[in-house]
Design a protein around this ligand. Structure first.
Ligand code: ZN
Length: 340
């Protein structure tokens, strides 16, 4: 049975990049919704457009652009920035992007390593910059004598459902019912499930099933053991609280639309809500289905395509070609990361 006080969160272990917690007195759909929002809908910053002036390294431009896109950037400020598609500017500006430059030339016989530490932020605000791992930075490419790399990178706000580079977590698992009392899992066994399937450490926190205990087919899981492992762009606890904010904003948007439909006496129409809970520019990150008469169509995002950007510009998203074509949008999303 659920508590009348509402859901409860207990933090078991906390480090900046990792958090372990127990979520209680809520149901499976809520725990899974939080997990999925953490993966796919908490906005972060990532390099999305690369303008290459000179590249005489052994790596081709597209390969470099892809590597640059995958570098995690400190993104605590991301939620206060705009999505480029919602911004009033023509292509990108300070309110919706951050620009980095990289200028490196190898002049010695020793191989030079170009890393994320060589990306210089343009402007005074240094809060959005490559995540620092130790002293070396993240390797982008290596240069031999005479080779050079001169480029500009534009980082934009985005979410994991657009491209995996914007996902703030490396892992976001949860476990419930470690003794499998609810029989949600069919254990494949040769002889004995108890010896062949070792219990997780979470099993110590739950009541051990008694011998011959009758199966309670009305029982539901109410206790979830969650873990959040961040990639470094945001502290793990912030990913969790931001996910709750995104979920809250989505539900508030739904409520607004249902109330409006109720007032008009018409069927509900899902559309982007105004600023809710600090998440502006559409509670869904831009992918709200919009009603088009009786037909439901997906809104085409304003993504600048690599081809339209002129020579030397590469969308670091691997799916830019299909993103820009509009009709192919469904297909391109299928090719992106899929989360069950
Ligand atoms: Zn802008």
């Amino acid at each position: 049975m659920y508590s009348t006080k509402g859901p409860k969160v207990t933090v078991r272990d906390y480090q900046e990049g990792e958090i372990s917690l127990i979520l209680e007195d809520t149901d499976l759909s809520m725990a899974n919704a939080i997990r999925r929002v953490m993966i796919a809908e908490v906005p972060t910053m990532a390099i999305d457009l690369v303008e290459i002036e000179s590249n005489t390294s052994v790596l081709v431009d597209e390969f470099l652009a892809h590597r640059l896109g995958l570098i995690p950037l400190y993104s605590e400020r991301a939620k206060h920035m705009k999505y480029t598609r919602d911004c009033v500017c023509d292509s990108y500006c300070d309110e919706c992007s951050v620009t980095f430059v990289l200028n490196k030339r190898c002049t010695t016989n020793e191989t030079m390593e170009v890393t994320s530490r060589d990306l210089m932020v343009i402007g005074h605000d240094q809060s959005i910059r490559p995540v620092e791992f130790g002293d070396d930075g993240i390797l982008i490419c290596k240069l031999a004598r005479g080779q050079e790399l001169r480029l500009r990178c534009i980082a934009k706000k985005g979410t994991g459902k657009e491209h995996a580079k914007w996902i703030p977590v490396a892992a976001a698992p949860f476990e419930y019912d470690p003794h499998n009392k609810l029989r949600h899992t069919s254990l494949w066994v040769e002889e004995n499930a108890a010896t062949e399937w070792p219990k997780s450490k979470n099993a110590d926190l739950e009541e051990v099933p008694r011998e011959g205990e009758p199966f309670d087919y009305t029982a539901e899981p109410t206790r979830f053991y969650m873990g959040i492992e961040a990639v470094g762009s945001m502290p793990a606890d912030m990913i969790f609280t931001d996910a709750l904010g995104v979920l809250n904003a989505k539900l508030a948007g739904l409520l607004v639309e249902l109330n409006r439909a109720d007032d008009l006496g018409t069927a509900p129409v899902a559309a982007a809500a105004g600023p809710v809970g600090g998440y502006t520019g559409g509670y869904d990150g831009g992918y709200a289905a919009q009603a088009n008469g009786s037909q439901w169509t997906a809104r085409t995002p304003a993504v600048q395509s690599g081809a339209a950007g002129g020579a030397g510009q590469w969308q670091s998203s691997a799916w830019s070609g299909s993103q820009s074509s509009g009709d192919q949008w469904g297909a391109s999303r299928m090719s992106g990361p899929q989360w069950g």
